[in-house]
Design a protein around this ligand. Structure first.
Ligand SMILES: [Fe+2]
Length: 418
């Protein structure tokens, strides 16, 4: 219905289900027509429409002069937005195939080097540098694909896979901080090497199921210095990597170890390593504790910003990981349950979900992928919102399996739900 007032002649009331990207929202209206708030903004993505819908908004007033026309948009869907989204998705899955190899090879190389250190043998710096270079190359080609694989876990080889994951997470944060390629490679090396000191801590202490005694904890706390010591004579290890070995357990408030230095006295790569290290540790199964869900780990880290962790780094980290990080096990409002396999940047509530259980809770024979970003933009898309995140353990799911499978599966089988 068009307004009669001359000044508002270009204002049009639009049902929330008909709001499209590119429209200029003047006001937000509640169901009974009562004006709620002035918006005065152009809708940039379907996630923003979803936000309005989530707030219970039924209608909005659209300015068809400042933004796209209602009628024109209904007749002609915004091809560019769909194309961009499709392109992002395509680029991601294309890189994921390569990223699977980068992760696998990174793990083999890190294992070889860490084992050599445990045995007191010399190790090849080239091995570490090549692994770091491959990680950086993948992230520079697509910042999300290898990041998804940092959610892979291996209970029996924790220290090795942890090193690779911390390298991916630290390089990813540094990439978002616009570090140069050269620095990113150094950070990758630091991530791979950060826990080498643990190779000099007896395994019975590292893998002790119960609570550590004070003297055992004192030995654990020596691993950053022991790590630095074991690479002291190794030429070619960048200073930044050495800082990461030494400072990844320092805390922003000075309550960390080995030196208890605080704030900006800790090198930025130390602050980045602290967040990456703790996130991977919290979300991994250990002999003394079960893995936390990504949401619980992120919430804990977020709560500790400005205390244990630098708020600048925490903000980048949480934004990068999303509300439902890849590897989250979620239930949709449809009742279907599955694993988050890709984040749609700019619409963090609407990732790609690989559905493993139907609406009756029955395991599906052939998992299929639902792109919530696309679904939520459809007329009855509301039922495709994420209702809650669950613990995959209760459903006997190894989420990592499914993240990897989407690389080959997407194009080998038709996972997209029609
Ligand atoms: Fe450590």
């Amino acid at each position: 219905m068009r307004e009669n007032n001359k000044e508002e002649v270009h204002l049009e009331e639009v049902d929330i289900n008909d709001v499209k990207v590119g429209m200029y929202i003047e006001d937000v209206i509640e169901g009974d027509g009562r004006l709620l708030v002035s918006e005065n903004r152009i809708i940039q993505n379907t996630g923003q429409v979803e936000d309005l819908r989530r707030k219970g908004i039924k209608k909005v007033r659209v300015d068809i002069q400042k933004g796209k026309d209602v009628g024109r948009l209904i007749a002609t869907p915004d091809v560019n937005v769909e194309t961009d989204q499709h392109k992002r998705e395509f680029e991601y899955y294309k890189e994921l195939d390569k990223a699977v190899e980068v992760h696998k090879e990174g793990l083999e190389r890190a294992t070889r080097v860490l084992k050599a250190i445990r045995e007191g043998k010399p190790f090849s710096l080239t091995t570490i540098k090549s692994a770091a270079q491959d990680i950086v190359d993948s992230i520079m080609r697509n910042p999300d694909a290898l990041l998804s694989l940092s959610q892979l876990k291996d209970y029996d080889n924790y220290t090795y896979i942890h090193s690779v994951n911390v390298a991916i997470l630290t390089v990813s944060v540094a990439y978002h901080l616009d570090y140069s390629e050269e620095r990113l490679i150094e950070i990758g090396m630091g991530g791979l090497l950060h826990d080498i000191g643990k190779m000099r801590v007896p395994e019975e202490i590292l893998n002790k199921p119960g609570k550590l005694t004070d003297s055992e904890f004192a030995i654990i706390k020596r691993h950053p210095e022991l790590g630095l010591e074991s690479i002291l004579d190794q030429r070619g290890i960048p200073d930044i990597a050495r800082k990461m070995v030494l400072q990844h357990h320092e805390r922003y408030n000075g309550k960390g170890y080995p030196f208890g230095i605080k704030g900006e006295r800790i090198h930025e790569v130390g602050l980045i390593s602290a967040v990456a290290d703790v996130y991977d540790a919290l979300t991994s199964d250990r002999i003394y504790k079960a893995a936390w869900t990504p949401q619980k780990a992120l919430a804990t880290i977020f709560k500790q910003r400005d205390k244990d962790y630098s708020s600048k780094i925490v903000e980048i980290f949480t934004k990068m990981m999303g509300v439902y990080p890849v590897g989250s096990f979620v239930k949709l409002a449809t009742g279907e349950m599955g694993v988050v396999v890709r984040i749609e940047q700019g619409a963090l509530l609407a990732p790609d979900v690989l559905v493993l259980f139907d609406k009756y809770g029955k395991r599906v024979k052939d998992p299929y992928k639902v792109g919530l970003y696309k679904k939520l933009a459809e007329k009855d898309g509301e039922k495709y919102r994420i209702e809650m995140s669950l613990n995959p353990r209760a459903f006997n799911i190894d989420v990592g399996d499914y993240i990897v499978k989407t690389s080959g599966l997407l194009y080998n089988k038709n996972l997209d739900k029609k």
